[in-house]
Ligand binder design. Structure first.
Ligand SMILES: Nc1ncnc2c1ncn2[C@@H]1O[C@H](COP(=O)(O)OP(=O)(O)OP(=O)(O)O)[C@@H](O)[C@H]1O
Length: 330
């Protein structure tokens, strides 16, 4: 899958190309991490490859093993077995060398007490070897792209969690890196700026970096990634583009029913997801009209509060893979 993305405000890309587009930058093979005292491994034979110029999403719910994998890539944890290479560097044998090639936005924000967002981003850019004027320019572009202008010069003590999270993203991408790892970067970010951040993540890949986006948010994955790995209980359940993962669901529709006391479904249909006040029911496309008529009658009778019939989404494919009981972030 390829996409064209313009840079913010039509200006130059945020980063200079970090490698030839398409070249493998991160290669993980048969990675196993077994924590002491735990019955099952947190990573269980995980293999994946992230390529220059592409966003690879790692999607999984809480406890799937995503952060464990990131911590091994950057040398904070040692794998039980398996290999990790970053731009050809053996990251298990030489974690410090691998870290020089990687920029990471960790799940927890780095404290920037005593600084403003602008100063924190510029400082990291300078520490990572950026030329002062280029760092200032890139900082301005990033702050503008994420609509952080109103807080750019506010002391860190007075900024919100969402602004701190966006600042951490800017600190991560202010200087080019071959591999950019973002561990749940949109946590705490408001919906409008979340979209700006998704665009900035796409820009980072468009400028040449391999981006590894760790998320439990299916819509974020759908909107942002080129390739996707679904992790569950430490294992890779599926890998491919979002389109690949939903192909087998083509020809299927999904009926969402909201209501506390839902009626019996039409013959032959069964809910795939049952939540306290919502059911999701797979419907063959050929039965779409019949099901809409049934749902409209149920609404008129007050048995259903609201319904929607939609084509299969990545969320449907994900729920099918990991099980209907899983939480899906909005
Ligand atoms: N230091 C540790 N010691 C023992 N077990 C751990 C440790 N860190 C994580 N785990 C366990 O490993 C499993 C995977 O956790 P991990 O944090 O990697 O998942 P995750 O997908 O990043 O989850 P989240 O989205 O909640 O951050 C979980 O069962 C967790 O309890």
């Amino acid at each position: 899958m390829s996409r064209t993305h313009s840079s913010p405000a039509g200006g130059a890309p945020l980063l200079q190309p970090a490698g030839a587009t398409g070249e493998p930058v991160l290669a993980i093979e048969h990675l196993v991490k077994q924590y002491r005292g735990k019955a099952a491994p947190a990573n269980d034979d995980v293999s994946l490859t992230a390529h220059a110029g592409r966003v690879l999403g790692v999607l999984g719910h809480n406890g799937a093993g995503k952060t464990t994998m990131v911590n091994q890539i950057v040398g904070l944890l040692r794998p039980t077995s398996g290999t990790i290479h970053v731009s050809g560097v053996d990251a298990v044998a030489h974690p410090a060398r691998a870290r020089e090639i990687v920029a990471v936005q960790a799940q927890a924000n780095v404290p920037i007490t005593g600084l403003t967002p602008r100063k924190a981003v510029e400082l990291v850019g300078r520490i990572r070897g950026g030329e002062p004027r280029a760092v200032r320019r890139r900082t301005d572009q990033l702050l503008q792209a994420l609509d952080l202008g109103p807080w750019a010069d506010t002391p860190a003590e007075k900024i919100s969690g969402g602004v701190a999270r966006l600042t951490a993203f800017c600190m991560t991408v202010v200087q080019p890196a071959a591999l950019v790892i973002l561990d749940e970067p949109t946590n705490d970010v408001d919906p409008a700026r979340r979209r700006l951040l998704w665009d900035a993540i796409r820009d980072t890949a468009a400028a040449g970096a391999a981006v590894l986006l760790v998320t439990h948010n299916v819509r974020e994955a759908e909107r942002t990634v080129d390739d996707l790995v679904v992790l569950d209980s430490g294992r890779v359940l599926a890998a491919g583009s979002p389109a690949d993962l939903t192909t087998h669901l083509r020809g299927e529709l999904f009926l969402e029913l909201d209501g506390r006391d839902l009626p019996a479904l039409p013959p032959g249909l069964r809910a795939s997801v049952t939540r306290p006040a919502q059911s999701v029911v797979p419907v063959p496309a050929a039965r779409g009209a019949e099901v809409v008529a049934w749902a409209q009658t149920a609404v008129e009778r007050g048995e259903v509060e609201r319904f929607a019939l939609t084509p299969a989404s990545l969320e449907d494919a994900y729920l099918e893979l990991v099980g209907a009981g899983s939480e899906v972030a909005a």
